[in-house]
Ligand binder design. Structure first.
Ligand code: ATP
Length: 380
């Protein structure tokens, strides 16, 4: 049997120009009065994809999900699922189910009755319902809790009941709105892996809304980063992290240092920039900005080296500063280094060996340096 990681690595239908998307948002706009919640948005999602919509509160991600579920109608544009335009199809006729942020369990019903609810409404035969509920309880490992009421369960168990209930009708697409929001950190992490296993084993398409970037990075095949009703970038977690297409995405996902400056030269994919912080940067991240134009290089903290002495070539990709702050996080340490210009940059290093004393102290003079391919040139 292949590991989940192996299956996911080889799954990339979006790179195949002949692959047909399963869900398409085509120029979808949603207005509430004068306010535009979703703005001329186009997006493709593929069958069996674990897709995450990520963005700050109010950016329109839930509205997008609700339109797919059929609880809201687009003002303009269309949503196509498996070749069918969904306009006019009511929520209960869509092969889509939604798991809500609040779980919305019925408090007076037992776990099994909660799971059976939708099936009963559909008029499924009693013995079939019983079979399906047993199957679902097994799937979410809640067999012993069938008779309990929601208030007799932990947050994590309630979350699983909600999941079982939304999967009971065997939707082709499961929409999850902040599915793990009510769980504590440890349980969240465990449940993320359970959700990924479940999605893989059932062969479903999951679209999850979250504002938690780590959650999106862990679970999703691809992430759409949203801002003000628009998709800013759609890519795999690694691409989003390593090659953000703009300042907004670089800043939104993970920690980043941004060095702004003027382009000195750009030749054969090598760009040199005189950064405002008073040193020269050379990057091999591609692009061909015009000489003299403004440019910004984004560098992740783990790609900066902090050393007590200047590196071999201190005239490129290196700056002097002093240790301004030290954050010991257990698995790694984050150093804030104040450069001579006053700009504070963040550098992180993994604590691979057990350290009792940090290698640097506050106010110590240090050098920060990085490789040519450590950063990425931002488009805006
Ligand atoms: P959150 O993470 O806080 O749930 P979100 O990205 O999911 O945020 P949406 O719920 O999609 O955001 O809302 C997008 C914007 O549309 C918000 O500014 C919200 O106030 C507005 N909005 C949503 N529903 C309505 C409505 N029924 N009437 C008016 N405005 C609405």
């Amino acid at each position: 049997m292949k590991s989940l990681g192996n299956i996911r690595r080889s799954f990339a239908p979006w790179t195949d120009p002949s692959a047909k998307p399963y869900i398409s948002f085509k120029n979808v706009t949603k207005k509430f009065g004068d306010f535009t919640a979703v703005d001329d948005l186009s997006l493709n999602i593929y069958n069996r994809e674990f897709f995450a919509l990520l963005g700050a509160s109010g950016c329109g991600k839930s509205t997008l999900l609700r339109m797919l579920a059929g609880f809201e109608q687009p003002t303009t544009g269309e949503i196509v699922l498996d070749g069918q335009n969904l306009a006019g199809t009511p929520p209960y006729r869509r092969p889509v189910n939604m798991m809500f942020q609040s779980y919305a369990l019925f408090p007076h019903m037992s776990v099994e009755k909660n799971i059976a609810f939708g099936l009963r409404q559909d008029g499924m035969a009693k013995n079939e319902i019983a079979d399906r509920v047993t199957q679902m309880l097994k799937l979410v490992k809640l067999e012993q809790f069938a008779r309990r009421k929601p208030n007799q369960l932990s947050g994590g168990q309630r979350q699983r009941v909600a999941l079982a209930r939304s999967l009971a009708k065997r939707p082709k697409v499961l929409l999850l709105d902040e599915p793990l929001g009510a769980l504590d950190k440890k349980l969240r992490e465990e449940t993320q892996f359970e959700l990924m296993d479940l999605q893989q084993n059932l062969g479903l398409t999951f679209v999850v809304v979250t504002h938690d970037q780590e959650e999106a990075m862990t679970m999703a095949d691809r992430i759409a980063v949203m801002s003000h009703g628009k998709v800013v970038q759609v890519a795999t977690p690694a691409e989003i992290y390593e090659a953000p297409n703009c300042r907004f995405v670089a800043d939104f996902i993970g920690d980043v240092n941004i060095l702004d400056g003027n382009v000195i030269s750009a030749q054969s994919g090598i760009v040199e920039i005189s950064v405002d912080s008073g040193f020269t940067v050379r990057t091999a991240s591609g692009g061909a900005p015009a000489e003299g134009s403004r440019a910004s290089l984004a560098i992740r903290p783990e790609k900066l080296r902090v050393t007590p002495r200047p590196p071999a070539n201190a005239s490129l990709n290196a700056a002097e500063g002093e240790i301004w702050d030290i954050g010991y996080l257990g698995d790694m340490t984050v150093f804030h280094v104040k450069l001579k210009s006053g700009q504070v940059v963040k550098a992180s290093s993994l604590n691979a060996v057990r350290v009792v004393e940090e290698p640097f102290t506050y106010d110590q003079n240090v050098w920060v340096s990085f490789d040519e391919n450590a950063g990425v040139l931002l488009k805006d």
